[in-house]
Design a protein around this ligand. Structure first.
Ligand SMILES: C[S@@+](CC[C@H](N)C(=O)[O-])C[C@H]1O[C@@H](n2cnc3c(N)ncnc32)[C@H](O)[C@@H]1O
Length: 337
């Protein structure tokens, strides 16, 4: 799904009157901070201007990554599961809620936890433009995830942390994983940048949560050890993002799009009945399109497999539509190796 018209309007309104070269400068300092965290591996809270630069240059990309993840997760969710609440950790300007509420019409209670008051202010202003009253009614909590995780004993809805866990210290990350094990949300989604570091964060979460009873909904085809864990490769996916005029100006870019890379894991805890269907091998990297054949790199139950589908095989044309990140099952029955 592309960004809703009201979010686009909200962004344009927020940026109207901004000075492009000033914003580009703030974007550079923000991006430097992301590349050079401090010695505790922390990224300092963004200033008011940097938050505006985040809105112009990063929100469109993190939004599309959330959309892509939700599309994959939706394939594994029972259609009769109707969560009522969303808790977003490290919510930034509310990116996740703008995307997730479009898919989950049953959600009525939205809680956004964020420690940067500039992000909260921006998130509140953006929500004023929302056609959906659930966004304006969202409950913002200013809190530091390092010190105070929500005091819940359980959560019966969706818990998401998008591009946020990697900003915590190792101690903060571990506390967050332990907290998630205690509250056992039926759907927990963690998204990180599609870099080796982002993948390492996802892998650590995957290992901790699975060791404490969680089961993976996506992207992994099984709960066993990750076949990429001990390689120099990393599990990540890509989504194409249309660049707005602001976006191009801030990045001094000519192309009208960029490819956002992300890593993610979506988990549930046994006893909850949110999942359905079998898991399926996942396509890693762009399929190779040869003359009369397709070649896929697949993550299967516990190893990576190369699979070739020739033009003479039934289903070739359906497989032709598959792309990086799709589950093989999306093409229908698997072809023979
Ligand atoms: C890269 S932004 C992601 C924002 C949003 N989730 C998105 O996907 O666009 C990371 C957010 O996490 C917040 N954050 C980082 N450390 C935090 C902490 N210890 N407690 C609360 N929020 C934190 C930052 O202020 C920032 O808004």
């Amino acid at each position: 799904m592309t960004m809703s018209g009201d979010l686009q309007t909200a962004i344009e309104e927020e940026l109207s009157g901004a000075n492009a070269s000033h914003l580009a400068d703030r974007y550079q300092t923000l991006s430097r901070a992301y590349r050079n965290p401090d010695d505790r591996d922390r990224i300092p809270p963004a200033s008011r201007d940097q938050v505006q630069a985040y809105l112009a240059a990063r929100l469109p990309a993190t939004y599309q990554a959330v959309e892509a993840v939700l599309a994959q997760v939706a394939l594994r969710l029972r259609s009769d599961w109707h969560p009522r609440s969303l808790l977003d950790l490290g919510a930034g300007p509310g990116t996740v809620m703008w995307s997730l509420l479009r898919r989950f019409t049953s959600i009525t209670e939205v809680t956004l936890l964020e420690y940067n008051p500039h992000m909260i202010g921006l998130g509140r202003r953006l929500a004023q433009h929302a056609a959906d009253p659930r966004l304006t009614a969202a409950h913002w909590i200013q809190a530091d995830l390092e010190r105070s995780l929500p005091t819940l004993t359980a959560h019966d809805g969706v818990v998401v942390a998008a591009y946020a866990v990697g900003e915590l210290t190792a101690t903060g990350r571990r506390a967050l994983f332990e907290w998630a094990v205690r509250i056992r949300p039926p759907l927990l989604i963690l998204i990180e940048p599609g870099t080796p570091k982002g993948f390492a964060t996802i892998l650590a979460a995957r290992q901790h949560l699975m060791a404490h009873g969680a089961t993976i909904l996506a992207p992994c085809p099984a709960d066993g050890p990750c076949p990429l864990a001990r390689t120099s490769d990393w599990c990540h996916f890509s989504v194409r993002v249309a660049r707005s005029r602001w976006h191009r100006q801030l990045k001094a870019a000519r192309r009208g799009y960029e490819d956002e890379k992300f890593s993610f894991v979506a988990l549930t805890f046994p006893g909850e009945t949110v999942a359905w269907g079998e898991r399926s091998p996942r396509i890693l990297r762009h399929p190779h399109i040869g003359k009369g054949y397709l070649r896929f790199t697949l993550c299967t139950e516990n190893r990576l497999v190369t699979r070739v589908v020739t033009r003479s095989e039934p289903g070739y044309h359906r497989f032709r539509k598959l792309k990086w990140g799709d589950a093989l099952a999306e093409a229908g029955p698997e072809p023979d190796a």
